[in-house]
Structures are given as structure tokens and as C-alpha cells.
Design a protein around this ligand. Sequence first.
Ligand code: ADP
Length: 474
Amino acid sequence: MDPMSETTPEPIPPNWPVIATILGVLFVAGGLIYGLSQDVGLLVVGILGVGVCLAVGWWLGAETTTAHLETQRLAEAAQTGGMRTSGMGRLDDTRDAIRFARAAIEASPDPVLIIDQNGRLVGTNQASRDRYSIDPGQSRFSAVIRRPNLVEAVDEVFATGESRTLSVESRVPVDRYERVSIAAFSVDSSRFVLMSVQDETEARMSERMRADFLANASHELRTPLAGIIGFIETLRGPAREDEAARDRFLEIMHLQADRMSRLISDLLSLSRIELNEHVAPTARSDFTAAVQEIVESLPPDKQSRIRFAPDGDPLWVIGDWDEIQQIAANLIDNALKYGGADSPVKIKLNGWLDRETALRLAMRDWEGASRLPLTSPELERDRLYCTLRVEDAGPGIARQHLPRLSERFYRVEETATGKSGTGLGLAIVKHIVNRHRGGLVVESEQGRGTAFAVYLPQPFELEPARSEPSLTPA
Ligand code: ADP
């Protein structure tokens, strides 16, 4: 049956009691007129007049009856869940109406939930099932949305019938900003609430990042810029004729300009990654090949310090090639920079690990060392993970610095080597790892060295039969 089809109105059945009443009234009126006037002409005119009046009255009554029947039919349609409007056609039964409503909310790209007055979830779409990880068996709204302010707002909309809009912020697993609209509606005598969610993270993040970028960048760029301006003034004045000083100053100016350019490129990549942080990657990349390429791109004096022996098999991760390469490049660069001249840097890659083994291999390798997760997501129980651990044999980092290592522009003074970086490398790694729903950890012991490790989800799940996950690629 086509729910959009129109129907023709049914004919009105003859109303016999009304007809009998009209004939009776005509008979009595005729008797009265003749009895009073004894005039046949007057009798005919009188009967005709009364007849016309009654006919007009009956017609008006019949119109009213038609309208009444029509209203009644609409009410009946509403009772059975059907719907009739001139533009939409008719939905004939409850099932059509439900199918129509389901298809309409399923088509929404934003999460949509319908809640009944008993707090049960009676409608969800794919976007809401993904957003709130709703299992097919879950039916209580308050069990799915564990945010007291949203549950309260839904109760309030049920109580007042007035729509509400809320801004909701969440911090775990990543910062997220949403606008939630809650509106009440009724079908028959049952009342429902429709909750729709709009993701505003991207807009809010870009707004915040613009402000942060200006504050941080201007502060960090001012130092090298002030140096360059100072040297230009010296070269124009006292050192104008001093050739040796000029060469030395130009060399320093070149280094400062270089630093400014690195700062700008690091700040830009950080902004780009943060902007997309809440959108998990979907691509598969080979982590072994990505790390291998970074190692091979190092100059020979640095390459000779690397200890990396991949087995040659691909190690698949759910990740963007460029971003996982940036993780490896930043960690290896730091280990070479802060690990002490000529000391070796070990790179360890492991895959096909359950979450506990991945965490242990990433951050519990050195007995007696201090260790700290710098970002720790909720890990999936059945997911396989891989780890990249980069160890150096440098002076190590004192325990009190560990919590601040991935903050933007944070640098540990004692590790300053003269070749200090931008202070953004670990912040970039942290945000890439967040986006990949993985973790970043540090383990360090003064006098022994420092190890930074990341663990990332692989596009595979743990096989139920396998009790001990293998450490070698399958
Ligand atoms: P930078 O560009 O300064 O290297 P990072 O964000 O990469 O910025 O690192 C932040 C700080 O953490 C560094 O300035 C350094 O003090 C410390 N650090 C990072 N990696 C190591 C390491 N492997 N060993 C010792 N200290 C490190």
C-alpha cells in the first residue's frame, strides 16, 4: 500500500428519521394553514415555503455531518497511528508510520534518539548508536547517556513540554563539544522526546586554537626575532667593517631564522592534528615500513647509532602513514638529541598484543625506573595493539618533569644540549596518538636513559581461542 496515496470521501447515507420528521412537519403545517384560512392557494404557497426552509436546514445539517465524519476519520487515523495531511498523503497503519519515522531518523547524519515517557529508548539511528556505543539490548536512556544534566533536561522537557538546547563538553577520550536539542512531541495520548546532537568540536577547537596559536607563537618567535634584529643593528653600526664578526653574526642569524621556521612548521602541524583529533583514522599503514623509512632518511652519523632489526613482515596499524611517521621521527630525533653523543638508540617494534601485554611492553621494561602514561585512552578488550619503543642511553629525566613532558613548549632545562628544539615534538606525538586512539608513555631512570613508547590499535581483534597472543606477526 502506498502511504502517500489520497482517498475519496465516502457518500453520506440517507437519514430516514430526518426525512420522516420533515414529512410530518409539512403535514401538520398544511393542516394548520388550511384550517385557519380555508384557502387552497395559500395552502400550496405555505407548504412550499415550509418545505424550502426545511430543505435548506437539512442541507446545512448534512454539510455539518460531512465535516464531522471527516474529523472523526482523522481522529481514527490518529488512533491507529495513521496520519493524513493534504501535502503528505496518508499513512494507513501504525507499521507504516513507524517505518516512515525510523527511515527518517536513520537518514540523519547527526545522532538522534527518541525516548518515551518511561525513560525507554524507542528510536535510535546509526549515528547515535556509534556515538554512545548503544548495544542492541540496551533500552534505558539513562543507562546509555550517563550524563546527569542530559537526563535531567529530558525529564524537564517531559514535565514542561518546552524544547531545550544544551551545550555539552566531554574530556574523555578526547575533548568534544556538542549541542544537544531536546524537543517533546505526542502521538495519540503517548508523549515522547526527541534528542538530536550536533558535533561542534571542530568549530570550537579552531576558535580556541587560533587564540592559543597567537599567544604561543608570538611568545616563542619573539626571542629569535629579537636576536636577528640585534645582529642587524650591530652589523649596520659597530661591526660594519669587521668581516670576521659579520660572518659569525650571519651564521647565528641563519640559525635563529631556521629555528623560527621550524617553530612555525611545528605549530602548523600541531594545529592541523588537533583540528582532526576527534576523527579517528580509518586507513591501514605498515608501522615497520614507516619506521624503516624514517631511519633510512637519517644522515649516516646518526644512522650508525640506531639499533633497529625489523623482521621484514608488515605490522599493520589503523593509522595515517604521514602521522605514524611523524611519531617515529619525533621520538627518534629526541633520543638522538638528548641521548648523549655517540650513544646508541634502540628501536623496538612489537605487534599482535592484547592490551595488557601492549602496556607492559611499552612502559614496564626497566626495573626501578620512573614511568608515567602521558596519554592513556580506554583500550578495547578484544583489540590487538602494537608498540613502538625508542630507548636512549642518555642522562634520563628526573621524575618531577615526567607529567609535563607533552605540554606545549615544555623543556627540561637539565637536558638542554645547545641544540634545543621547539618544545612541540612530544605535544605533536601526543595529539597524533590521541587521534589514533592509542597511548603514549615514558619510562626514565637517571643515569640509565629514557624510553618513550606509543601503542596503537591494529585492524585486528583478539581470537577467542588464542590464550597467549603471539609477539610475532601472524
Ligand atoms: P623539543 O623540540 O624541545 O625536543 P619535545 O616536545 O620533543 O620538544 O620534548 C620536550 C622536552 O622533553 C625536551 O625539551 C627535553 O627536555 C625532554 N626530552 C624529550 N625527549 C627526551 C629524551 N629522549 N631524553 C631526555 N629528555 C627528553
